[in-house]
Design a protein around this ligand. Structure first.
Ligand code: ADP
Ligand code: MG
Length: 143
């Protein structure tokens, strides 16, 4: 069982990705399947960057048990104006400064959806909550 919480600071490009790096370290130490780690880490990174560049700040709760990994990203707004539009590849409201820092290609949400087993996204003006679930497959020893 793992339960960790990391703050995500808005506009801080230097710390952007730090929570996801910590999560990656934990997953590697636990020797999870590499492909699973890749999926979790790329989704986590995209979701974290979104909180950094698009919100006023928030946090992520990383939960893991024997069956699943759950990442809950919470921020305090301003929310996603139109989720369906935001999900489209290439759509981005990122600003010039975000582009200068290498962010804002408009592919984050679609990558997250592809990487996670379940992506749940709720957004209102006072905040966005994204819950990502990844199932841990129990491998049999026979092969
Ligand atoms: N946490 C968030 N808060 C507010 N808006 C968001 C958030 N996450 C995503 N968005 C909106 O959804 C759009 C698409 O997100 P994404 O696919 O990650 O592309 P990008 O981050 O490169 O712009 C963003 O440009 C932004 O308008
Ligand atoms: Mg993004």
């Amino acid at each position: 069982m793992v339960d960790q919480e990391f703050q995500i600071i808005a506009r801080n490009y230097d710390l952007a990705g730090r929570a996801s790096s910590q999560i990656k370290r934990t997953l590697k130490a636990l020797k999870l399947d590499n492909y699973l780690i890749k999926r979790v880490c790329s989704a986590s990174y995209e979701a974290e960057i979104n909180v950094v560049i698009h919100s006023v700040g928030g946090y992520v709760i990383f939960h893991m048990d024997e069956n699943q990994i759950i990442l809950d990203f919470y921020d305090d707004g301003p929310g996603i104006f139109d989720i369906e539009l935001a999900m489209q590849e290439g759509y981005s409201t990122a600003k010039e400064l975000d582009h200068q820092n290498g962010f804002g290609a408009g592919l984050g949400l679609s990558n997250i959806k592809r990487s996670a087993d379940i992506m749940e996204l709720e957004s209102e003006i006072d905040g966005t909550h994204m819950k990502l679930t990844f199932f841990i497959e129990v491998k049999s020893d026979e092969s």
